[in-house]
Design a protein around this ligand. Structure first.
Ligand SMILES: O=C(O)CCC(=O)C(=O)O
Ligand SMILES: [Fe+2]
Length: 371
């Protein structure tokens, strides 16, 4: 194994004992998993990546029924009958699944492919070229990193990432050539889709179409684009790409490079997301929609598993309220006697820092704002 020559026992403060610790071996530099996976003799994972799944949850199946499909063009149509049908479908998808596929969204297929391609090029830059983007703080506008929160994680995720804040201010790495232009266009187009969906979701909750948009200040809403890179792993059954979690924003839009790996929790069981429709977005409801809808729509736990043959890339766009918005259940959905508020108000920025600054662990972050 590649690190053999560097193996020295030393006192590791992070693990608080004498050990051969992978982070010490690489001299406290960030140990990106892409680099590790490219080591020619790697046939087992370093122990820091050994992840134990909850034995009660280990069985995974394929879905019995397929993830609901929402036709975005109907949502935008001027035919009130078609529109109200699709709004009802959207509401049911949020309530029942928390995941749905969006088709006919108008984002060009070439742009979607380009985002994946340019993201891949980013990870293929030299270490020196990527160094400027290495993460320091959870709210840095550009963060290239590994695992989830490598300063806190006890078990590392088999995943490198690039997180970029693209709204209200647009940021982007300046390499590779053309990346910034592609990210700009993609973030703008996905923001329009998210806004259209949130208007429909507002109506499905019995609220005014622009209620979410106005109450949560979507115009200056935080949009973070995350590229996840999961290289081949020699022992995929022992590692995890991203452990179970729910997303922090309102709605997340996901695409990938055609390699499977996402699993979602449905009725207490893990199911594989295998076949999604070509050129669709896979969209999921996130914590702040659960808060705003007073628990009517739940954010859904999901995780990413890894494989031993091909690199998986996913590009995830998280669309949330503006950072300064204090989010609480919508007044119209709260009735002190029949439907008391089930969440306490919290500023989105504080929530985000709480979630991103800790280890990732299911829905424990949302649980902290439950009444
Ligand atoms: O890679 C995936 O499919 C899931 C990624 C994810 O859940 C996330 O970035 O929040
Ligand atoms: Fe996620």
């Amino acid at each position: 194994m590649v690190f053999k020559s560097a193996l020295t026992s030393r006192f590791c403060e992070r693990l608080s004992h004498f050990t051969v610790c992978i982070t010490c071996i690489v001299d406290l530099k960030m140990n990106f998993v892409k680099k590790l996976a490219e080591s020619p003799d790697l046939n087992s994972i370093p122990s820091i990546y050994a992840y134990s799944t909850n034995p009660n949850e280990s069985s995974v199946s394929d879905p019995q029924d397929s993830i609901p499909v929402v036709d975005f063009s109907l949502l935008m149509s001027h035919d009130p009958v078609l529109q109200s049908q699709v709004i009802q479908k959207l509401g049911n998808a949020c309530k029942d699944w928390g995941f749905f596929q969006v088709i006919n969204h108008g984002v060009p297929e070439t742009l979607m492919k380009m985002v994946i391609e340019k993201s891949n090029e980013f990870f293929n830059l030299t270490d020196e070229e990527k160094k400027d983007f290495e993460e320091k703080d959870v709210l840095d506008p550009i963060r290239y990193g590994t695992s989830f929160n490598s300063k806190k994680d006890k078990v590392f995720c088999w995943r490198d990432f690039l997180k970029v804040i693209v709204n209200p201010e647009f940021h982007s790495p300046n390499k590779p050539v053309g990346f910034s232009e592609v990210l700009f266009e993609y973030s703008k187009r996905t923001r329009e889709v998210a806004k259209g969906l949130l208007n429909g979701i507002s109506r499905s909750l019995g609220l005014d179409q622009s209620c979410i948009e106005k109450s949560l200040n979507l115009e200056s809403g935080l949009q973070i684009l995350v590229v996840n890179l999961y290289p081949p792993c020699p022992q995929p059954e022992l590692a995890i790409g991203i452990p179970p979690h729910s997303d922090h924003g309102l709605l997340t839009l996901l695409i990938n490079n055609g390699v499977c790996g996402l699993q979602i929790k449905r009725n207490g069981k893990w199911i594989n997301v295998n076949d999604t429709l070509p050129n669709s977005f896979l969209v999921n409801t996130a914590d702040h929609l659960e808060i705003f809808s007073n628990g009517k729509y739940k954010s859904v736990e999901h995780r990413a598993v890894v494989n031993n043959s091909v690199t998986r890339i996913s590009v995830v766009v998280a669309n949330g309220p503006s950072l300064d918005t204090v989010v609480r259940p919508a007044y119209e959905l709260v009735d002190d006697e029949r439907f008391p508020a089930v969440f306490v108000p919290m500023k989105y920025k504080d929530y985000l820092e709480m979630q991103q600054g800790n280890q990732i662990d299911g829905k424990t972050c949302l649980d902290r704002v439950r009444v």
